[in-house]
Write a protein that binds this ligand. Sequence first.
Ligand code: ADE
Length: 227
Amino acid sequence: MRIDILTIFPGMFEGPFSHSIVKRAMEKGIAGIYIHNIRDYAANKHKNVDDYVYGGSAGMVMMIQPIADCIERLKSERNYDEVIFLTPDGELFNQSAANALSLKGNIMLLCGHYKGIDERIREHYITREISVGDYVLSGGELAAAIVADSIIRLLPGVLSDETSALSDSFQDGLLSPPVYTRPAEYHGWKVPEVLLSGNDKEIKAWNYARAIERTRSRRPELLNETD
Ligand code: ADE
């Protein structure tokens, strides 16, 4: 899978993609992430990427030309399944959206800044708008990193059996049960007996019951229970 990210702050992606699972996915050639500096496409002599809002309100808006040229260039090289704009007024991102996007071949993620991007970009190029939560970030970069990370870890061959995405919180609509590792007792705090029993069936049942319990107490809306 290929993910192209369009940003005015390419340096913000040096951290998130150079560690752990995403780094491994890229090294294995399962995922390719390509960062494009929108400023490189600015045709004006000062390389400006923003301008005043028409109509007089305060703040700056990202200009149409550099973004349009960057998108056009990429689209001339390959087809994109989605051109996604990260914005707090987009659809709320969740695990099922990540699952669906992980089945695509090429996606573009456009990161906004300031008061937003010229609306004509949204009208003519954007196929989907995504928010990572009901709060406002300084720009779309952190949101794009979240979306890319959540998609890439789902690609076949990225996770080993022991880190399988199938046991993630949300993958079965439930939060994950608590987990423990050695020692079995620390300062008198004990690991639940059943987890040391070696009885697979009882362990599975315990894990499921804890997952239900945790989901009911923290995120009851995920259970869709009517009573
Ligand atoms: N840009 C700023 N805030 C955002 C959010 N919550 N989700 C996606 N993009 C954003």
